[in-house]
Design a protein around this ligand. Structure first.
Ligand code: GTP
Ligand code: MG
Length: 195
């Protein structure tokens, strides 16, 4: 699946702009700056396919990427704090919620959690929305390169404990570093297995 071409399809700002729901898709959700766009670049081996930046609120549209004409990878705007005008942020957060609860072909939502921070209240809110919409979600820990393994173990325990209360959570966690490449092959295999 990841061996073929990857192309940017479109950026979407309203539900009416979504491409036809004619193939499987997976999306990457998470707080602003957690590393969603960087993870898509690492997965596809394309340095700046999805635009990443140190400013929270970089991705402001729902960006669709075509994987070999077979499925979509979907880069979402972040939730939580963003360095952007409030009306704009509110608009994309509303769209994000509509998308997460109303996309028939969404096979799995990957909910990215910063390894240094663990699950926050805003993450729980999105997870509860996914529970209600019966969309299976799986947590991906990001930026693992920033932690020592003992610190990582602590966060993993917190994440597992919180996930046990979410019926839509897929229990297996994936620990990644887009910078160093940890967990990327594992995540590719999980996505390929959802086809
Ligand atoms: P928004 O679009 O603003 O919601 O952010 P995002 O979740 O798409 O995050 P993005 O990929 O833009 O990355 C945010 C910052 O984190 C950038 O400065 C990245 O270089 C950095 N970053 C992302 N992944 C990693 C990682 O695995 N390790 C390290 N050390 N930094 C990372
Ligand atoms: Mg982004």
């Amino acid at each position: 699946l990841f061996a073929g071409p990857v192309d940017f399809v479109k950026g979407v700002v309203a539900m009416s702009g979504l491409p036809p729901a004619d193939r499987a898709e997976v999306c990457f959700a998470g707080r602003s700056n957690v590393g969603k766009s960087s993870l898509i670049n690492a997965l596809t081996g394309r340095k700046s396919l999805a635009r990443a930046s140190n400013t929270p609120g970089r991705t402001q549209e729902i960006n669709f990427f075509d994987l070999g004409g077979q499925s979509y990878l979907v880069d979402l705007p972040g939730y939580g704090y963003a360095n952007a005008p409030l009306d704009k942020v509110q608009k994309w957060q509303a769209l994000l919620k509509q998308y997460l609860s109303g996309r028939a072909t969404l096979r799995r939502a990957f909910v990215l959690i910063d390894s240094r921070h663990g699950i926050k209240a805003v993450d729980e809110e999105i997870m509860s929305l996914l529970d209600s919409a019966a969309v299976t979600f799986q947590c991906v820990l990001t930026k693992a390169d920033k932690l020592k393994s003992k610190e990582l173990d602590k966060v993993l325990a917190q994440v597992r404990e919180k996930l046990s209360k979410h019926p839509a959570a897929f229990p297996e966690l994936i620990v990644t570093s887009s910078e160093k490449g940890d967990g990327i092959a594992t995540l590719r295999a999980v996505i390929a297995g959802l086809e």
